[in-house]
Design a protein around this ligand. Sequence first.
Ligand code: SF4
Length: 208
Amino acid sequence: MMTNRIENYLEELFPNPVCELNFSNDYECLIAIVLSAQTTDKRVNSITPKIFGKYKTLKELKNASLEDLEAIIRPVGSFRKKAFYVKEISRILDEDYNGKVPTDREKLSKFPGVGRKTINVFLSEFYQMPAIAVDTHVERVSKRLGLASKNDDVLQVEKKLQKKFKKEVWSRRHLQLVLFGRYHCKAIKPNCYDCQLVDICKEKKKNI
Ligand code: SF4
């Protein structure tokens, strides 16, 4: 019942949820997601055209100068680590996978900078496979709304959300929870005064 109310509200607020990262093929999608750690999609979108415009193939990207890549990636933070990830992911894809990003979770988890959240976002975004990636927004919102418990780790949150939502809407709910966290139930100053879930929310008293 409570989950139904949350789902209906998410549908009302975000009827057409889409990923806000820009990409035009599988490896651009994976790399954009890796770059999006600890930063905003908007920032990532401001640098990916520079990366993929300058290095047009995986071969060019794997042979890119680390310093040049670092200079382009600098605005999104952790640029040394991320530049290394981009080069290494490109090398592995080119040398071991014929340029095609695998869909196998085990294989994906071997790529540097690619954790469970990245895999879930990639599979769901690029291949429309059902998955619920738990990022900072999804975790915070799920706990505020009682979909998960305060002390749950991200894997426990993911498992609880998988139980509460039907599999066919997992990816959709993930996107909606991200947007809900990004624009409505923000970390600081959430829109509680204008929230229809205020009566079931565990944070409401702090914010109204
Ligand atoms: Fe978020 Fe406030 Fe709504 Fe709770 S009442 S879900 S904290 S916006």
